[in-house]
Design a protein around this ligand. Structure first.
Ligand code: SF4
Length: 262
């Protein structure tokens, strides 16, 4: 690779799409077919934007009024899913996010000073990188780091599965450790904003090494699939929610065979 050339990279979310269904990955990331706008995505993006901008304010200005201002500004800039929806739906989703932020402001210590907000971090596998954006990094009293990932969806029914399945956490943990030299990531915190519920787990070396190895393997599998243009469909009941079902005979056949509505 020549000096200054960018190394190929991918993200945990792209890897997770491939893991779910390689054909879906092809539709989305190779053919780049558009995905349907989603009200939940709009809500998530706007809550994240408000939190990001709020923490960028000087600490004395981090009030509820400023949060509300930032949240409303985020909605004015970003609401693609609501172009074809009613004002009542827009209001309902807007209120949902407002309640999350209200609780966040009320329950977050006023002296919290993150060491990073929306920071790109990545794992380097030599010939390629896997990069993701961490929502927040805090410095813990023992000098280690806490990586915080905000969630606007529901708290998981099987919390322990998040630790074993989630691809982003290991990228965040490894990437943040490398970026903040000398300060290891001590814990990952998934913060489910609707109820301010925390799913926190410690980062140990064994977990990190195992996750990094499997992420590297998956990233190389995706590269090989791209090079050979091999993306077999792996239909499941999730096909019913796939944005590309109309273009996918395998998914349609799978659902039809089960009499599943679509
Ligand atoms: S409809 Fe199902 S099989 Fe087809 S791309 Fe989507 S997830 Fe894959």
């Amino acid at each position: 690779m020549s000096d200054g050339a960018r190394k190929p990279w991918t993200s945990p979310s792209r890897l997770s799409t491939f893991r779910e269904c390689p054909r879906k990955y092809r539709f989305q990331h190779v053919e780049k077919l558009p995905t349907k706008p989603s009200p939940h995505m709009d809500l998530g993006s706007n809550v994240h934007a408000a939190l990001r901008d709020w923490f960028r304010l000087p600490r004395a200005e981090r009030t509820w009024d400023r949060m509300l201002e930032l949240y409303r500004a985020a909605w004015r800039m970003n609401m693609p899913a609501f172009r074809a929806r009613s004002r009542d739906e827009l209001r309902e989703f807007g209120e949902r996010g407002k309640e999350m932020l209200r609780r966040f402001v009320a329950e977050t210590p006023a002296d919290l000073e993150p060491v990073a907000i929306e920071k790109w971090v990545g794992l380097d596998f030599g010939d390629l990188e896997v990069k993701g954006k961490v929502d927040r990094v805090d410095l813990l009293p023992d000098g280690s780091l806490r990586v915080v990932d905000y969630k606007t969806g529901k708290f998981p029914r099987v919390p322990e599965q998040v630790r074993t399945d989630d691809l982003a956490a290991a990228v965040y943990a490894g990437g943040a450790s490398r970026d903040f030299v000398g300060a290891p990531v001590g814990e990952i915190e998934y913060l489910y904003l609707a109820g301010m519920e925390r799913l926190t787990f410690p980062v140990d070396e064994a977990w990190r090494a195992e996750r990094e190895r499997s992420i590297g393997e998956l990233a190389r599998t995706v590269r090989a699939a791209e090079e050979s243009d091999t993306f077999p469909p792996t239909p499941t009941k999730l096909c019913a929610w796939c944005d590309f079902l109309r273009d996918c005979p395998a998914g349609q056949g799978f659902l039809d065979a089960r009499g599943a509505r679509r």
